[in-house]
Design a protein around this ligand. Structure first.
Ligand code: ISE
Length: 340
């Protein structure tokens, strides 16, 4: 039987999730596309063959012809809609971040804990990216020796107009907070945040440079530059005692032109992480079908960890100091996986 999905939010990511379901996930059916704009919902529904459209997200989640939901609406709606899905007893794949407030993530965690089961899979899709997966297995199988450092670069062409300085930390960096924690199998002890003084820090999407210490003694640095101009570019290197692993994004063609050899950059993250999104969404459907949470997928606890680090990062940026990250005790429901 097909899983009947509702997609909440028909913006860039909602449309891309609808495309992935329609093109690559035969076990799922696009039942409803819901968006505050009926026109936008209808466009995505028409493009990808959804059965119905709606404008009310809470009603959509509660519909009896909807088995599971995919939340791709604006960041501030992620936690409330995740809570609504839990209350309706429906699994949800929620785009990152779960919330920009660690406290709100804890509300989701408390609600799941009181139900005694997990409902929310979080869209930290990089965990499914083949290049990060290989990096992680090189560490896990001992080839690199002990991990020492991880370098991360995250560059977008241009920051969206609604991006504030803090959103580099609360919206973009959570990908790195999560994936470095996932690869290293370690939580963070502290974060420090710097900005190059040559750039006007009040400018939308001004770059930030972060240094984090893990609880197991590694250093992680993260550059977020949302106005990099030349293309969408994510790089990473894991340095161990015996060697290092560099991420290689998928490159399908190389151009030889005007005495130069060139590779093209995508304009945003969708092509770079296409396979990661596909694998992530497939894992979600397996979870809906079996009730067993996928071993690699991020959950509400992972969302809380990323939000707490982001909050500490915002504080570190404001105060110019190093801010400690102190997690609440991890509930037993989330103890099942240490990732390593
Ligand atoms: C955006 O919100 C995303 O989630 C993208 O994956 C990321 O690359 C981008 O920097 C974020 O702002």
């Amino acid at each position: 039987m097909s899983i009947r999905l509702a997609i909440i939010g028909a913006g860039v990511m909602g449309a891309d999730h609808a495309r992935i379901v329609a093109e690559s996930l035969p076990g799922a059916k696009l039942q409803v596309i819901c968006d505050a704009s009926l026109e936008r919902a209808r466009k995505v529904a028409d493009d990808f063959g959804a059965v119905d459209v709606a404008t009310d997200s809470l009603d959509t989640i509660r519909r009896s012809d909807v088995d599971a939901v995919l939340i791709a609406s604006p960041d501030e709606t992620h936690a409330p809609l995740s809570l609504a899905a839990i209350e309706a007893g429906k699994p949800a794949l929620c785009e990152k971040p779960l919330s920009q407030s660690a406290r709100e993530c804890l509300d989701v965690i408390k609600t799941e804990t009181s139900c005694g089961r997990q409902f929310v899979q979080l869209g930290f899709m990089r965990r499914f990216d083949p290049s990060y997966a290989e990096m992680k297995s090189a560490l896990d199988d001992g080839a690199l020796g002990r991990a020492i450092m991880m370098h991360n670069f995250h560059r977008n062409v241009e920051a969206p107009a609604n991006f504030t300085g803090q959103m580099a930390i609360t919206n973009s960096a959570p990908h790195e907070f999560d994936v470095a924690r996932f690869v290293l199998g370690s939580d963070y002890r502290s974060i420090s945040v710097f900005q190059p003084s040559v750039v006007d820090a009040s400018k939308t999407g001004a770059p930030v440079f972060m240094v984090l210490e893990t609880t197991t003694g590694q250093l992680v640095n993260i550059e977020i530059n949302n106005n990099a101009a030349y293309g969408y570019d994510v790089r990473g290197e894991l340095v161990g005692e015996k060697g290092s692993v560099f991420l290689n994004g998928p490159i399908h063609a190389r151009y030889n032109l005007s005495m130069q050899s060139l590779e093209r950059y995508a304009t945003d993250w969708r092509p770079r992480f296409a396979e990661a999104y596909r694998l992530q969404n497939r894992a979600f459907l397996e979870f809906v079908r079996s009730g067993v949470f996928h071993a690699v997928a991020a959950d509400a606890w992972d969302g809380y960890c990323a939000a707490l680090v982001a909050e500490a990062g915002v504080e570190a940026l404001a105060t110019g100091g190093r801010v400690n990250v102190v997690l609440e005790a991890k509930p037993a429901l989330y103890q099942r996986r240490m990732h390593r």
